[in-house]
Design a protein around this ligand. Structure first.
Ligand code: GLA
Length: 415
């Protein structure tokens, strides 16, 4: 009988080990991650004497973990509390080389903070940067990748956002996958958010590698607190949808950046607009706002279970900008349930780019909307709880009225 020599067995085992480290397959983010992150609202505020409620400190993250749990956000799916930039000391520990959280702003240390977040039934996320420094100038991971991946695991981190400032873009194709493998090798499951494509400028991202190694990735520029910024991101996603849209799916998502609802820049109707389009885009729903200050009607948008269900649809198919008619854009996403003929249902957002004051009435045939199920659809207004607009046959017309820079959002359930 043929006998395998011990040397061959060792070689096979080694190959298997190498191979198992290749793909991300961490089983995480089967639907787009939901949570809260500090950056857009709190940036790099570090003066806790002047701004005790706003500075990047353990107090800010404890407060937000508490608010996610007590204000109903956790109940509808918001889960990750993510510390963005400016949490570090400017230098590593000079004996161990480990990263050190700012000693005055995080006096209890990150394990204690992670414990607090976990005690609220939530998960803990942390920002770092692939380069020599983070975007705000704190130490990055590049020369200490293994040590830092292990430190994250030791701190009970559940989600890592790896930014790309102060790095050579040409090193990223190797470096981002490598850090992902190092995270996996710790044995602690951590969602891995890669900012790599956002640093490529016009170059085409290596989506195959992103899908294999990252749970989500920032495609483009940072969001700011304005409708203009929301529209710019939408236009980027719309114009590039042929390359971007097919890449999303369970475990790997495009990230158009944070939800800015609840801050200074968006009106009530504009807040609905961002929420609806982010649902169509299968975007991570990561809020960045002061949860103590979100007014009740905006909180209701953030907690709209029907809209969240579209975002979290188990098929994980990202939607697209389908067409525009007289400056009303149609954003459409296939969702569950499928009917007996395997026809999809759809979420359809009508986004007004108009600024003439009246709510603008517009009519589409179902065919124009590519809603072609021969048995028609039953229709629900997703911003009107339990609404039932009745049945629309395949050859019918659908009319809606959209306020300036606002949205209407419907679910068309295939009959
Ligand atoms: C970059 C990222 C932002 C934020 C900042 C922090 O600009 O894109 O999301 O993390 O860095 O400095």
């Amino acid at each position: 009988m043929y006998k395998t020599s011990p040397a061959v067995i060792v070689l096979l085992l080694l190959l298997q080990l190498l191979n198992s480290g290749q793909a991300l397959e961490n089983g995480l983010a089967r639907t787009p991650p939901m949570g809260w992150m500090s950056w857009q609202r709190f940036r790099c505020i570090t003066d806790c004497n002047k701004f005790p409620d706003e500075c990047i400190s353990e107090r800010l993250f404890r407060r937000h973990a508490d608010l996610l749990a007590s204000e109903g956000y956790a109940d509808v799916g918001y889960e990750y509390v993510i510390v963005d930039d400016c949490w570090l000391e400017k230098a590593r520990d000079n004996k161990t080389n480990k990263l050190v959280a700012d000693r005055t702003r995080f006096p209890s240390g990150l394990n204690a903070l992670a414990d607090h977040v976990h005690s609220r039934g939530l998960k803990f996320g942390l920002y770092q940067d692939f380069g020599t420094h983070t975007c705000a100038g704190y130490p990055g991971v590049i020369d200490h990748m293994q040590l830092d991946a292990q430190t994250f695991a030791d701190w009970d981190v559940d989600y890592v956002k790896l930014d790309g400032c102060y790095a050579n873009v040409t090193d990223m194709a190797e470096g981002y996958p490598q850090f992902g493998r190092l995270l996996n090798a710790t044995g602690r499951p951590m969602v891995y958010s890669c900012s790599w494509p956002a640093y490529l400028e016009d170059a085409y991202p290596d989506y195959e590698s992103l899908i294999k190694h990252c749970n989500l990735w920032r495609n483009w520029d940072d969001i700011d607190d304005s409708l203009e910024s929301v529209f710019q991101i939408m236009d980027y996603f719309g114009k590039n949808q042929d390359s971007i849209q097919p890449q999303a799916g369970p475990g790997h998502w495009n990230d158009p950046d944070m939800l800015i609802l609840g801050n200074y820049g968006l009106s009530y109707d504009q807040s609905k607009l961002q929420m609806a389009v982010w649902a169509v885009l299968a975007a991570p729903l990561i809020m960045s706002n002061d949860l103590a200050k979100v007014e009740p009607r905006v909180k209701a948008i953030l907690q709209n279970r029907d809209v969240i269900a579209v975002n979290q649809d188990p098929l994980g198919i990202q939607g697209r900008r389908l067409l525009a008619k007289r400056d009303i854009e149609v954003w459409r996403r296939p969702i569950t349930p499928k009917n007996d003929d395997q026809e999809y249902s759809f979420a359809v957002a009508f986004v007004s780019r108009r600024t003439d004051g009246e709510p603008y009435g517009v009519t589409f045939s179902l065919k124009e909307l590519l809603l072609t199920n021969s048995k028609g659809y039953s229709v629900q207004d997703l911003f009107e709880p339990k609404s039932n607009l009745g049945v629309y046959e395949a050859d019918s017309q659908f009319s809606t009225r959209v306020v300036p820079n606002g949205v209407t959002f419907y679910k068309f359930t295939a009959l």
